[in-house]
Design a protein around this ligand. Structure first.
Ligand SMILES: [Zn+2]
Length: 248
């Protein structure tokens, strides 16, 4: 290789490096809060990471977690009871795929009932508890359960919350500290269309569940993972059917 050609090659590759460096995304400065949120998002989107259902107790015990509930309830007593119940559920079930639930009085914060799931990813409510939820005053109860894999609500969660006029709010608390909330779901199911099966269980199929199914498939066909597709679908269905869905 002649000296001249070598210089030419070096110049060309230097020019390429500069061009590449200019195209590369610039480093972004995050506040520690933003960085933590970003990291949680990245970790949560990695399949398998939460297979162990190990909870982020540092975050869940932090003030930042408690702040997600600030001003959302009738009084501070209720707010504190909700935060405490969320922390307790995740602490009890840390590292397992079992779920449990607290039922809290939306006016006083008093625990109405506490249920431990006996199978993976699910909770069976006793007939007595169902009767209680049916007969309790309108919007008087907050239902809270944990999601070991930190995913947004399932269809069964919607069906349960929309079944009771007494439900003020349904909360799913992820082991990563994500909080999902349904409010005003009662009366938003639409017509009964039949049944569907999930994990060997039979569930009633309503217009709202059909809407969810359509929206979920649309987002997952566009490349959304299960977490994103559920989140986007509940956002859409809540607008269509007039209930409140919130991710905190
Ligand atoms: Zn659930």
């Amino acid at each position: 290789m002649s000296r001249r050609t070598k210089t030419w090659v070096e110049d060309k590759s230097r020019a390429k490096r500069i061009e590449y460096a200019e195209r590369a995304p610039k480093p972004v400065r995050y506040t520690s809060e933003q960085a933590r949120a970003l990291e949680r998002k990245l970790v949560a989107s990695k399949p398998g990471k939460y297979d162990s259902a190990v909870a982020d107790m540092d975050f869940i015990n932090s003030q930042a977690f408690a702040d997600k509930f600030k001003g959302k309830y009738e009084n501070e007593q209720v707010e504190q009871a909700v935060v405490k119940a969320c922390r307790q559920l995740v602490k009890n079930r840390n590292g397992t795929f079992f779920e449990e639930a607290y039922f809290i009085d939306a006016h006083t914060g008093r625990t109405v009932s506490y249920v431990k799931g006996k199978t993976k990813n699910g909770i069976e409510m006793s007939e007595e508890l169902k009767r209680h939820l049916t007969n309790a005053r309108e919007k008087s109860i907050i239902m809270i359960h944990n999601h070991p894999n930190s995913s947004p609500f399932s269809r069964a969660d919607y069906l349960t919350s929309s079944n009771y006029n007494s439900c003020y709010e349904a909360i799913a608390i992820g082991h990563n500290g994500d909080v999902f909330s349904f409010r005003n779901t009662f009366g938003t199911r639409g017509d009964f269309l039949g049944y569907f099966e999930e994990n060997g269980k039979r569930f009633p199929y309503y217009e709202s569940i059909r809407d969810y199914r359509v929206s979920y498939s649309k987002h997952s066909s566009r490349g959304a993972d299960d977490y994103e597709a559920r989140d986007l679908a509940w956002k859409e269905v809540s607008k269509m059917r007039g209930f409140i869905y919130e991710k905190r």
